[in-house]
Design a protein around this ligand. Sequence first.
Ligand code: NAD
Ligand code: IPM
Ligand code: MN
Length: 384
Amino acid sequence: NKTWQVAIIPGDGIGPEVIAEAQACLDRLNELGACDIEMTAFPWPATAYHREHGQMMPDDGLEQLRRFDALLLGALGDPGPGSDPDHYVLPDSVSLEPLLKIRKGFDQWACERPAYLLPGARQYLADPRAKDVDMLVIRENSEGEYVSQGGRIRPGTPAEVATQVEVFTRFGTERILRYAFDRARQRAATRKAEKRTREFSHRDGKPRESQVCLITKRNALRHWGDMYVEVFEQLAQEYSDVAVHHELVDAACMKFVQAPWQFDVVAASNLQGDILTDLAAVLSGGLGVAPSCNLNPDDRTVPSMFEPTHGSAPDIAGQGIADPRAMLFTTARMLRWLGEEDDDAASAGDLLFNAVAADLAEAAGQPPRSTTSIGTAIRDRLKL
Ligand code: NAD
Ligand code: IPM
Ligand code: MN
């Protein structure tokens, strides 16, 4: 067994509530000898930390996190009044800054957000084909709309101008799109091994076993849109076994609802990927079950970060009713990531994934349960 160092960052709102269940499951997996995870909890970045220290995390926060093999994060975002009467409400631009700093600081450029409907998960779409949804959204996670450049000129005056600069590099574009093509190939190989096949039409008339759909808004945002399409077309030549497809982001939103089962891998920019993945989460049963990860696939010496797609959910924080399964699926994903270098962690990840999936299947149609009762039921399923 390899010992893995994992930083536990509960954060704000429902973050601490759901991460407690993840810790309990990791404790159980350790006890069983399934894996060896050493956890170190951090009270920052968090709004509560800000109240005492005037900042979301210490100046050397990134340096303190650097030594870890992975970061497990609940959620950030000030829960606001209601959960704490003398709460100081932080603007998102302050409370979410550390999240973007960590993603950027450790160059976690690939964000993976899968969407598929497991048995028992709530099917929001009436069309029976919605149960066949199986897509993976690859979100560019290091640049684009999130570079935070720009500012406000003459703020508060009638002549105010606000600018928000988007920066897309060919380097960043190529690495994320190549990653999307690689993942499409891997998914086809996995399907083949499991004797499941899918067919995607391609422009030469010959169907393919996998597909990458590129999302842009190049009709309006044409500079980066044109560069994305150019790089995409080059890669399409190289990956001629993968079907390619383009979609403008507005039409993609429509098709995610109208015919989401037609997508395989979807490659999107930072902001467009963010928006599309809240929608994709609903296709898999809601934000309460949607996992996410921020990966640095080419540098294992810095930590990647694992966090659910959802946020701090201030509307339900403190009530003990948050669904911990998104967090637990995310934790399973973390174990599988560590598992690429450690068979034990990989099987511990499978064990946890299967336990969460089994809970989902069994709980279908049952009355709603509390965060802790879902977490405990899943933990009790963990057996070698
Ligand atoms: P949100 O994802 O927190 O909540 C959206 C809706 O989904 C809410 O109605 C919430 O109750 C519900 N929901 C979310 N997670 C749930 C769960 N596990 N179980 C049951 N219901 C759940 O998004 P929001 O309300 O737009 O944002 C709240 C705060 O979270 C903001 O400060 C925002 O910036 C932040 N945020 C943080 C992250 C992150 O830390 N990664 C992600 C998204 C939003
Ligand atoms: C997410 C969140 C973050 C993002 C916010 C909180 C900055 O919405 O992880 O999906 O936009 O990346
Ligand atoms: Mn989001």
